[in-house]
Design a protein around this ligand. Structure first.
Ligand SMILES: NC(=O)c1ccc[n+]([C@@H]2O[C@H](COP(=O)([O-])OP(=O)(O)OC[C@H]3O[C@@H](n4cnc5c(N)ncnc54)[C@H](O)[C@@H]3O)[C@@H](O)[C@H]2O)c1
Length: 438
């Protein structure tokens, strides 16, 4: 099948590459001409494990193309995926301007039947809005389908090639046939394809992300309570997670969730509820708890340095909002950096993958180290904000030599307490006892 993907970010590029891998001809459209030029030259504009190989293979096989020309792509395709941003507007609701602009353009340009597939995360009722926008511009037949994306950044290729389910919101039999054909390689291997109406499909995505945000936040509150009563959250989460109604995943406490999805999707669902006179009280609490959780270690750092961070040099390991991605949107690192700088501290950060993106925002307001140990040179303490694998089993002896003080504030619970205790560090993590310096 010939398919167009409009928007080649984390979702669009991975979806496009996956659909090309499945044998389709895929035309990826983006308004960012630099990005398009780079992709034409075989450069992947984002970091995603295993993406580059598949991307290059499909360019080579002439199944994956890039253009800034929507009309050209549209004319060649039956199915048009929208993988466009839906950032939070000023009031927290999802900004649909990117989607509706492209819907308008499609309406003006299309000359034959198209299936418009919305992969962006959008509020209930967006399929109707897209339909109305296109209808206002054309009399050519088309259908609008909701097909939310559940991939995880850092595992995007793996998730796209092995989805847990495919959700399709669709009320046209013709469009349903197209979607069934596209996903046949998955359904053939037993992946469930769940057809429903457009509104239920749109809500499925928000409900899934919000549920996970609540799960993480619930565990963070349990962790904070563990510290009050002297319980160990590692034991509690293992005990809880062994119940298969609960499961082990998303029970790891830390300095809050970030990224381009959970924060904005929780906000957008709260806002959508309000527009219907409905209060998502559990989500409001989740958002509030997460906002303070992201910077929960700041007061601990201040306490350690007797309330004065002026001139303190803080080494920061990890800038990405989570491991295995270069995405820094709503990363906890940013919240911590902002407050630490305001309090007069200096930051030396290390993140091999996300540094470039942070530089675009923070420039030289912080320093950057070429490796994790250089960041520690003469630093007064270490703060860990991302759970990169390379931090998991560090050389504590070398760390002790480099740091001025043997002090670690660990926002991702990277180390087991015994190891750090034996190495003689002050160690403050989340939901576990604080190890005082020997
Ligand atoms: N990132 C994720 O992990 C993830 C997972 C599931 C769902 N989603 C949802 O998918 C959607 C896209 O997210 P993303 O992270 O891929 O966004 P992104 O910001 O990484 O990519 C969006 C792309 O769209 C392009 N674009 C903007 N306007 C355009 C236009 N008029 N024509 C063509 N291209 C245009 C941008 O240049 C950019 O390359 C969002 O709704 C998001 O909530 C994201």
């Amino acid at each position: 099948m010939n398919i167009t993907i409009v928007g080649t970010g984390y979702v669009g590029l991975v979806t496009g590459t996956t659909l090309a891998e499945l044998g389709n001809s895929v035309f990826c459209v983006d308004i960012d001409d630099k990005k398009v030029e780079a992709m034409k030259l075989g450069k992947v504009p984002i970091y995603e494990p295993n993406l580059e190989e598949m991307f290059l293979r499909n360019i080579q096989a002439q199944r994956l193309f890039f253009t800034t020309n929507l009309k050209e792509a549209l004319d060649k395709s039956d199915v048009i995926y929208l993988a466009l941003p839906t950032p939070p507007g000023e009031d927290g609701s999802a900004d649909l301007s990117y989607i509706l602009k492209v819907a308008n353009d499609i309406g003006e340009m299309m000359t034959s039947y198209k299936v418009i597939v919305n992969k962006s995360t959008v509020p209930v009722g967006t399929a109707d809005k897209v339909h109305a926008t296109i209808s206002a511009k054309t009399t050519v037949e088309f259908d609008v389908v909701s097909n939310p994306e559940f991939l995880r950044e850092g595992f995007a290729v793996e998730d796209s090639m092995n989805p847990s389910r495919v959700v399709i919101g669709c009320s046209s039999e013709k469009a349903k046939d197209f979607m069934s054909k596209i996903y046949q390689p998955f359904t053939n291997t037993g992946v469930p394809i769940i057809f429903m109406d457009e509104k239920s499909s749109e809500l499925t995505k928000y409900a899934s992300n919000s549920f996970l945000a609540v799960k993480i936040t619930f565990m963070n509150e349990i962790a904070n309570y563990c510290e009050k009563v002297g319980a160990d959250v590692d034991k509690v989460r293992l005990g809880m997670g062994s119940d298969d109604r609960i499961g082990h995943r998303f029970l790891f406490p830390g300095i809050g969730y970030g990224g381009s999805c959970f924060p904005k999707d929780v906000k957008a669902l709260i806002k959508s509820g309000k527009q219907e006179g409905f209060n998502f009280e559990i989500l409001e609490a989740t958002e509030k708890v997460n906002t303070s959780q992201k910077v929960i270690l700041i007061s601990e750092i201040e306490k350690y340095f007797d309330g004065n961070l002026q001139g303190k040099k803080i080494a920061l390991w990890g800038l990405a909002f989570k491991a295995n991605t270069d995405d820094i949107r709503e990363a906890s690192s940013l919240d911590n950096i902002k407050i630490l700088l305001e309090k007069g501290a200096k930051i030396v950060a290390y993140d091999a993958i996300a540094e470039e993106n942070i530089r675009k925002i923070l420039g030289d307001t912080i320093s950057y180290a070429p490796d994790m140990y250089s960041a520690l040179e003469d630093a007064d303490c270490l703060l860990i904000a991302t759970e990169w694998s390379e931090f998991k089993n560090p050389n504590f002896k070398l760390m002790a030599e480099k740091l001025t003080n043997k002090v670690i504030f660990d926002g991702r619970n990277m180390f087991d307490l015994e190891t750090v205790e034996n190495a003689g560090f002050f160690y403050k993590s989340i939901g576990r006892k604080t190890l005082e310096k020997l």
